[in-house]
Design a protein around this ligand. Structure first.
Ligand code: XMP
Length: 499
């Protein structure tokens, strides 16, 4: 067992960032509901606790509160934003709505006279008076920015050290882990593969295991791990719905058919296209693809007979976001690879369910998967079908695949690349002229975004030269496109995908 930091969640949007920054500092972290009782917390035996931010006001009756006994456990506690306000409120200090909210970049001035630093803040409520025994350790221009009671190892900050926008934020978290909690730093992924291999063998024993392989990072790493642990018991089914990017289905087949995992590719494009005939509404497309995927997978499972174990590439954020860790549903973990409970398997194996995405990538590299596969950008389960506005047809798919390959190739040449970039086929038609002849064809849109969490993003400021090259190449190489436009919308208010 690794030493553990408990991240108690009060609905903060950055809880995963907190948990990840703890792990990247060498200490294991788990996200749990903020309402956990002091006894439950004690039973988990954490070396420290971090209270997350959250949207509530501590004096609102409906706010998520913590068990006040928590502060009597003798375990070091670090409250962030709402977490600091909650600590203050529970221990007899005063929290109130500030005259001025602080949102965005705010300068923090430490009370010990050390150098002021920039931080990210996002709050309206403020700590007006710290509890007895506490001292103020930093101010912003308007408010208390940090407090502590070193004797009881209780610390609070109003800003967000877990985001990269706070200068020295990672250092602050490390100081809590190592100087306050006395962490040994015993968490690393070096032995993960060995440990998980042993665990998979112990769970599966001699039974056969079926994995739905989508070709995404998570299920690919899961396949590689399982093939190492139980090479002769594994069967992987890759349902190719035909909406993968150019050559992607073949690449997945090439990589995995070489490994010992009884790789089965089911080419199901025709039946998916048939089901999507006449469908233009995005949610309906997603639903139909999800249903059809399950149907195809089920048919394959029936053909294979008597496989008791279903393996899934579920990762920790899937569980957190489905409310599994904290009870708060953000979005349910369901995509084209998310299989329903109704499938007749008696056991489920989820060997990556404790890992964050960046950790899954580390494991993938250690298992020798190709870089291109391990570092693959997020790709929606329903694939290109939701990057084609309107009805999905074979012809439109071909146009988009070619355009998208050009976009990814050209942007991929940049030294500093955006975090996600791709092409979309719109249902807007426009007039053009090619070789002196009038054309009337659809518009391709290019989307490229900068983001670290994929929950918010800014559109990437791509060099005009790159945009011009993309446009010239698409117009020259892809038949049936009238012009190329660049999407310059952030998220929010837009989303990354168009559908
Ligand atoms: P949106 O469009 O909601 O996308 O801003 C946020 C991120 O999620 C990806 N995405 C999906 N990933 N299944 C997935 O596994 C899906 O159905 C899905 N839809 C969107 C999207 O590419 C972006 O990175």
């Amino acid at each position: 067992m690794n030493e553990t930091i408990l991240v108690l969640d009060f609905g903060g949007q950055y809880k995963e960032l907190i948990a990840r920054s703890v792990r990247s500092s060498g200490v294991y972290s788990r996200i749990m509901p903020g309402s956990l009782s002091a006894n439950e917390i004690r039973a988990l035996n954490p070396i420290g606790i971090i209270l997350t931010g959250g949207p509530d006001s501590v004096y609102d009756g409906k706010a998520i509160k913590c068990d006040k006994q928590l502060f009597e456990l003798g375990i070091p506690i670090f409250g962030i934003c709402y977490g600091m306000q909650l600590m203050c409120h529970c221990l007899g200090g005063e929290v109130k709505q500030g005259d001025i909210g602080e949102y965005g970049n705010v300068t923090v001035m430490p009370a010990d006279g050390s150098k002021p630093f920039q931080s990210l803040m996002s709050h309206r409520d403020v700590v007006a008076r710290v509890p007895e025994g506490f001292c103020v350790t930093a101010h912003s221009e308007n408010h208390i920015a940090a407090m502590e009671c070193a004797e009881k190892k209780l610390y609070g900050v109003q800003f967000h050290p877990e985001t990269s926008h706070t200068e020295g934020g990672a250092e602050i978290i490390k100081r809590f882990l190592y100087d306050v909690c006395g962490a040994k730093g015993d968490y690393c992924l070096d032995n993960y593969i060995e440990k998980e291999t042993a665990r998979i063998r112990e769970q599966a024993k001699k039974s056969r295991v079926l994995l739905g392989l989508s070709g995404g990072v998570d299920s690919s790493v899961c396949a590689a791990l399982l093939s190492r642990a139980i090479p002769n018991q594994l069967t992987c089914v890759f349902v190719d719905h035909g909406f993968m990017r150019q050559n992607e289905g073949d690449e997945i087949e090439q990589v995995f058919s070489k490994r010992k995992l009884n790789f089965i590719r089911v080419n199901a494009k025709e039946r998916f296209l048939k089901r999507l005939e006449g469908i233009v509404e995005p949610e309906q497309k997603r639903k139909i693809i999800g249903e059809e995927f399950v149907r195809v997978f089920e048919e394959e499972a029936v053909k294979l007979k008597n496989i008791p174990f279903l393996a899934q590439g579920t990762i920790y954020p899937d569980i957190v976001e489905s409310g599994g860790a904290t009870g708060a549903v953000i979005k349910s973990h369901h995509n084209v690879g998310g299989l329903p409970d109704t499938l007749a398997f008696s056991h489920v194996l989820e060997p990556l369910s404790g890992l964050f995405k960046d950790e899954v990538r580390v494991i993938g590299r250690k298992l020798g998967l190709p870089k291109a596969l391990v570092e693959r950008q997020p790709f929606p389960g329903p694939g290109l079908a939701i990057r084609i506005a309107g009805e999905v047809t074979d012809g439109k798919l071909e146009v988009l695949k070619q355009g998208d390959a050009i976009v990814r190739e050209e942007i991929g040449k940049l030294k500093k690349r955006p975090d996600q970039y791709f092409a979309l086929l719109t249902d807007t038609f426009s007039v053009g002229v090619k070789g002196d002849a009038r054309t009337y064809d659809p518009v391709i849109a290019v989307r490229a975004v900068v983001t670290s969490d994929f929950m918010t993003c800014e559109y990437a400021e791509l060099p005009h030269k790159v945009l011009s090259k993309i446009s010239a190449r698409i117009m020259g190489e892809v038949a049936g496109v009238s012009r190329v436009v660049y999407d310059i919308t952030d998220k929010p208010p837009a989303t990354i995908e168009w559908e």
